[in-house]
Ligand binder design. Sequence first.
Ligand code: PMP
Length: 361
Amino acid sequence: MPRSFNFSAGPAALPTPVLERAQAELLDYQGSGMSMMEMSHRGSHFVEVAERAEATLRGLLAVPDHYKVLFLQGGATQQFAAVPLNLCAAGASVDYVDTGSWSTKAIKEAGKFASVNVAASSKEDAYSHIPAPDRWQRSRDAAYLHVCSNETIGGLQFHAFPDTGDVPLVADMSSDFLARPLDVEQFGVIYAGAQKNVAPSGLTIVIVREDLLDRARAPIPSMLEWSVHAAAGSMSNTPATFPWYVAGLVFEWLVAQGGLAGIQAQNLAKSSALYSAIDNSNFYRCPVVEADRSIMNVPFTLADEVRDKDFLAGAEARGLHGLKGHRSVGGMRASIYNAVGQDAVDALVDYMREFEREHAG
Ligand code: PMP
């Protein structure tokens, strides 16, 4: 059975070899007579899977020893609250950079627990760019500075991160985690929902510098407290065992792609093919300035939005799925995460050219 070209923003495409391996192991994981889904998280099979997944992730990202890697639940949305609860006292100042829908959600949630200073925002320019760091108006005493490294809806991505000195930099990397190499030491905290580049939904990865683990206010729910999860190896309650297992397979698949440098090269080839197709036409348009465009989520509009429906119907008919833009902004969006191949992007570009020939002018 052929696999669709899946441009969904998340849950999103997973690498076919990973799904095949999960399928092969599904009914009988390594002679146990059980599937990974049916096993105790404290049993030897799962403990081995969990430890290997963490070790592979640490290798991929070169995570330094003084950072903890947590495999949690609750989504990135839960981390919107966990970040202020773990990093500052009630009402303390925190800085946020507003680059679109997801930073706005993080800001709103943090506002319940801290005094948020929006250090910069490109809202007035319809989030067409990322505000230049040298213009950010940071507070003097911020407990941390928060950015969303990749705005999944708007299609903006930080291609470099500012040095925030002693103020921990916190990044929501839900939609570009493991898409490129990263210097983890630039960050105090990195968090990401897994359902784009890592695994099925249900898993949230948090990487936190150890010295930040004693800053949580008290009391907060244990499930939100990073130090509780760190002390328990992310098993203070039942973790999302199956997504954690799949994450491990994806990490191994990434190693086989040449690690993060290898996958970054693939991602750059895919995204530049798509952006060139958009830029070399008068029919399609990308609303984001070139320097801040995402290599993961590519939003585009047609010259005439009346045609959106026809474009999407024609795409579906060709097996190109998930291209509808987010309901809040409309238009189109191609999410081209790690597992979306160059063949999918080439098929999309062919279709775009054909649609343009039929409808332009
Ligand atoms: N941040 C970003 C950048 C996202 O793309 C998403 C989900 N699309 C979230 C946060 C929320 O993640 P979750 O649904 O896992 O809570």
